[in-house]
Design a protein around this ligand. Sequence first.
Ligand code: PLP
Length: 377
Amino acid sequence: MPQNIIRKMLEAKLQRDLTYSSGKILCSMCTNPHSFAKQIYRKYLEKNLGDPGLFPASAELEQETIHMLGSLLSNPEASGSIVSGGTEANIIALWIARNLAKKDCGEVIVPVSAHYSFDKASDLLNLKLIKVNLNHHFQMDVKAAEKAITPRTVAIVGVAGTTGLGVVDPMRELSEIALAHNIYLHVDAAFGGFVLPFLKELGYNALDFDFRLPRVCSITIDPHKMGLAPIPSGGILFRNASLTEAVSTRVPYLAGGEAEQSTLLGTRSGASAVAVWALLRHLGRAGYRAVVEHCLMLTWKLVKEIKRIDGLDIVTEPTLNVVGIKSDRIDIRLIFQELRKRGWAVSLFPGFIRIVIMPHTKPSHIRNLLEDLKRIL
Ligand SMILES: Cc1ncc(COP(=O)(O)O)c(C=O)c1O
């Protein structure tokens, strides 16, 4: 078929997809990638990090990207990989923790608020997830986490920016108990990793969550969420390179010559790593701080307005650009259904509606949502 006909067909077929610019997507943790990152990504599509002998310069850029992300997370010496997303990053972290622990019937302690990628990881890795309850700030209950430790525990996971409410678990205390019991500690900062480092500078409260805490062994941080990078771009960072040896596989036959792999995927996108490298250089700390400032300004505007609407309230004061909306008067599922009918892409969690204010969110989007909420009530 001629290309122009196929293009037309695609345009027609893909029309049903929502767009970030429509202002209706208020629950995605991804956003329209930065235009510079898109250009770079398109230019280097052929690069394959699964064969670093063929693409040694791309492999070097990947490591430079990891060092830049490491600097953001207080450890420029960090090692790791640009992966397909938070799910792969979390799976690799638990894979390493399991192999290092060499324990039969291993267990992993996570908060009940942990992302479902840990359910997938535990199934794949034959690990039992021990889900710990939250305290009244919706953070992992540290005492309950410590109580859950057994001789079979291979890792504790804390979340720095939960999927539902953007809450940060008490990572300092988790680091202390993991250190005391000599247990691997993984931090899932897939969403929060590009937000938390800027909170203090912007005058918001910030909790420690990164490699500054002595027992943090690995961190998930996703450039394709608040990092504004094209999908797929995830990040898994380790305190030091020796940790990755636990899953390292030697691949002898590669076109570029024998190489070690410590990711889940074989063939993997070099364009992602190069685009993240370019975007980190282009935006720098000041650029990302401005992105976070925009999102948090709108977040607090939304919070203020929600509190003014009779019958609605927020679940908890937000730490990040994620807001939970609840109602003590009306079943929140009905409000959710009405929002959906009006074309709003918002998420329903048990007992609340989640709003994620992303770089694509504009003040008018929030105003329109608030108007619809008032009408629905
Ligand atoms: C905290 C957290 N971890 C991990 C993930 C999984 O990331 P991905 O969808 O990129 O696999 C998400 C996704 O929203 C998340 O919120």
